[in-house]
Design a protein around this ligand. Structure first.
Ligand code: NAI
Ligand code: MG
Length: 357
């Protein structure tokens, strides 16, 4: 079986953090004899500079053929003034939809060493380990019709359409239940079924899918309450499954519980477990080129890739354990630095993880 990864370093801090992700990948590949290979392609601003488009055909073809894609981040002020349809972020949206990556997994895990970096009280977040499963290719972000129209009275009106078909709900629900089976066997489906018909269907289908997983405890929550519960008592959750819009908002909210965006990986999967793995943050142009960006979200994205696409749970665990070890050693990049810890740069952090492995 081929096990090939396409690496997209992108823009801004992308190449700096990806260099460290690659060192970790090379280390686990050797230590666990994984037989992985990888190659580099262009996506985002760097692709615009080289080819005039953010997602060149060559990149898309290589990504289609690969088993997984590892991305750092794209975008930056240099490309903010060009026409919207060929901006770096468009390349990202396009590769996600072309690869049909409908399941976005965003874990929010608090490393105990970083408890003081969270904005919530330590007792509320200590031991936090939740997983948000967000539907990524449907809902109001893609629904038609959409636009801004002028009414007969001359007033303009903006509109979008929230749509989900049964099959779209069913496949994301299965992903959530299957992941819950490997965790604490709890799924909370978040909707607004008291007001929105589309989420009434969401509730009905998730309930139906839930019957196929009798070991998993399914609950339903309205999104406004879920937003509140995430800051009141986040540890009540195990897996949260929700649509594109609610998932976007709730996953950012959950991310902040853990302290820094520099720590958070993500996975976007298709039906066959092919996936694109990337840190949740962007290209951080404000700190690019300074060697101070936190590479851990990218390194933890490598771990997610090994776990979900390549079924190499042991190697994934080893990376996560190594990250814990470097935090135990008191090493911190600037974004997670607190009094009494040792401030290190991007490269030093990456190499410490390799050494811990
Ligand atoms: P951002 O996530 O790049 O930065 C937000 C803040 O977090 C900045 O202060 C930055 O320095 C800091 N930060 C981010 N990652 C960090 C890391 N690894 N270590 C330390 N600090 C880190 O978001 P922003 O500023 O809104 O966007 C910058 C560019 O990135 C824009 O062009 C945006 O479109 C793009 N972007 C790309 C994404 C992607 O490729 N998936 C996602 C989000 C934004
Ligand atoms: Mg968002």
């Amino acid at each position: 079986m081929s096990k090939h990864i396409v690496i997209l370093s992108g823009d801004g801090i992308g190449p700096e953090i990806m260099a460290e992700g690659e060192k970790v990948l090379a280390k686990v590949n050797e230590r666990f004899n994984l037989g992985l290979s990888w190659s580099h392609e262009l996506l985002g601003g760097c692709a615009i500079d080289a080819h005039g488009v953010p997602l060149p055909d060559q990149t898309l073809e290589a990504a289609r053929k690969a088993d997984a894609v590892l991305l750092a981040a794209v975008g930056g002020p240099k490309w903010d003034t060009i026409e919207r349809s060929i901006r770096p972020e468009r390349g990202l949206l396009k590769i996600r939809s072309e690869l049909n990556l409908f399941a976005n997994l965003r874990p929010a895990i608090l490393y105990p060493q970083l408890a003081s970096a969270s904005s919530l009280k330590p007792e509320i977040v200590a031991g936090l380990d939740i997983l948000i499963v967000r539907e990524l290719t449907g809902g109001i972000y893609f629904g038609q019709p959409r636009g801004v129209r002028t009414l007969e009275n001359g007033e303009r009106q903006g509109y979008n359409t929230d749509v989900y078909s049964e099959s779209e709900i069913r496949r994301i629900a299965h992903v959530a239940f299957q992941l819950a089976m490997q965790r604490n066997k709890k799924v909370c489906s978040v909707d607004k079924a008291n007001v929105l018909e589309v989420t009434e269907l969401w509730k009905e289908i998730t309930t139906e899918v839930g019957k196929e997983y009798p070991e998993v405890q399914l609950s339903h929550m309205y999104v406004d309450n879920a937003a509140m519960q995430l800051v009141r008592n986040p540890k009540q959750f195990d897996v949260i499954v929700t649509g594109n819009l609610f998932g976007d908002i709730l996953s950012d909210e959950a991310a902040m519980l853990t302290g820094s965006i520099g720590m958070l990986p993500s996975a976007s999967l298709d039906q066959q477990k092919k996936g694109m793995y990337e840190p949740c943050h962007g290209s951080a142009p404000d700190i690019a080129g300074k060697g101070i960006a936190n590479p851990l979200a990218t390194i933890l994205s490598v771990a997610m890739m090994l776990r979900y696409t390549f079924n190499e749970g042991e190697a994934a665990n080893a990376i996560e354990t190594a990250v814990g070890k470097v935090l135990d050693q008191g090493l911190r990049t600037a974004d997670i630095w607190t009094e009494g810890t040792k401030k290190v740069g991007t490269q030093e952090m990456g190499e410490a993880v390799v050494a811990a492995l």
